[in-house]
Design a protein around this ligand. Structure first.
Ligand code: SAM
Length: 326
């Protein structure tokens, strides 16, 4: 289905929980987090039903996210069913990797082959400072297990933060030389009130690119339909790749094909817009699939033209990434 700006909407990011076992400094406060009450979180059956409806309106690719998806009870059983929904061509997963060693083989068996693991530092002490938890080794073992059970590609998401981990750009690039991993540098985004976003912490993908110069020749890689907005680069002689995701500095709103469904059943057209459509209430009130389909269509039609951050400055939307679904 197309929106008013002639974009074909085919990609859904599905948050299965707002709970997380890490407390990344730019995402979730260490304490005082107001989680969505359990009764307000969609059941897995409700999620499967809503995803099937979005698939009727053109969704072909689903990325499961959170919070941390692997902390939700019964997640693997849900994933199995999700992967069997008619018309879906791809299901992928984003995780912080803490529980990945335990679940990698089961996730792979569901038919998922593409996985993103978030890891902002290769130094255990710094990893702990950024995430609030001493889990570096667990995440690393999770990545190794994902490689062992055959995930391809394994993408490692790194949020680049000036003064925090920007001195590790080349370390990550070396990792992409030695291992078949896709290291994706992501710009720090001003999402959620009080997430610590400040201009002096922001590092643009152009700055990251300039730092990568020291590693050798970078050759652009032709992207495929599943790549999304990353600018892909191959380092001469490397096994892996680099990806640059400039959501702020080189925004990709003109080709954005995404919708997001939050854990409590709100459909969002744009990560940075607080406009949401409640799908849970009509579903629970039994208003029927046609009514819910109409709401999905309206959300697609009214998807914001762009996130407006470049023209209106870095305004913040109210919700943080963990509660929207990153
Ligand atoms: N727990 C999973 C994980 O860690 O990948 C999925 C959810 S997490 C919210 C998804 C991604 O959003 C992570 O890569 C995280 O680093 C990123 N993220 C959260 N807040 C962000 C922000 N303000 N700017 C950029 N990326 C952010």
């Amino acid at each position: 289905m197309q929106d008013k700006n002639h974009r074909t909407i085919s990609y859904l990011r599905l948050s299965v929980t707002d709970r997380c076992n890490l407390r990344c400094m730019y995402c979730m406060p260490e304490s005082g987090v107001q989680f969505i009450p359990h009764r307000d979180i969609l059941t897995y059956e409700e999620m499967l039903h809503l995803v099937a409806l979005t698939a009727q309106r053109g969704i072909r690719k689903v990325r499961v996210t959170g919070g941390e998806p692997l902390v939700r009870k019964g997640f693997i059983g849900f994933l199995e069913k999700l992967c069997r929904i008619d018309r879906l061509e791809e299901v992928s997963l984003t995780t912080n990797g803490v529980l990945l060693k335990q679940y990698a083989a089961d996730i792979r068996k569901c038919g998922i082959c593409r996985i993103n693991v978030s890891m902002d530092s290769l130094r255990p002490d710094r990893f702990q400072r950024i995430t609030g938890k001493d889990c570096y080794q667990q995440v690393w073992e999770g990545i190794e297990e994902a490689e062992r059970v055959g995930f391809d590609p394994i993408k490692i998401n790194v949020v680049a933060i000036k003064g925090v981990n920007d001195d590790e750009i080349l370390d990550f690039a070396h990792l992409a030389m030695q291992k078949p991993y896709h290291i994706r540098f992501i710009e720090l985004m001003p999402i959620g009130d009080g997430n610590g976003w400040r201009p002096e912490r922001f590092m643009s993908t152009d700055e990251i690119y300039a730092r990568l110069d020291a590693i050798g020749t970078l050759t652009p890689v032709k992207s495929n339909p599943y790549d999304g907005p990353a600018q892909r680069l191959k380092i001469d002689g490397g096994l892996g790749e680099i990806g640059l995701i400039g959501a702020l500095s080189h925004h990709f709103c003109a080709v954005c094909n995404r919708l997001r469904l939050t854990a409590e059943g709100n459909l969002r057209g744009c990560l940075f817009s607080d406009q949401e459509t409640d799908l849970k209430m009509p579903l629970r009130e039994g208003r029927g699939d046609d009514a819910v389909l109409r709401l999905i269509e309206e959300t697609i039609e009214n998807k914001a033209k762009d996130h407006g951050l470049l023209t209106q400055g870095p305004r913040k939307c109210m919700r943080r990434m963990y509660s929207i679904g990153g």
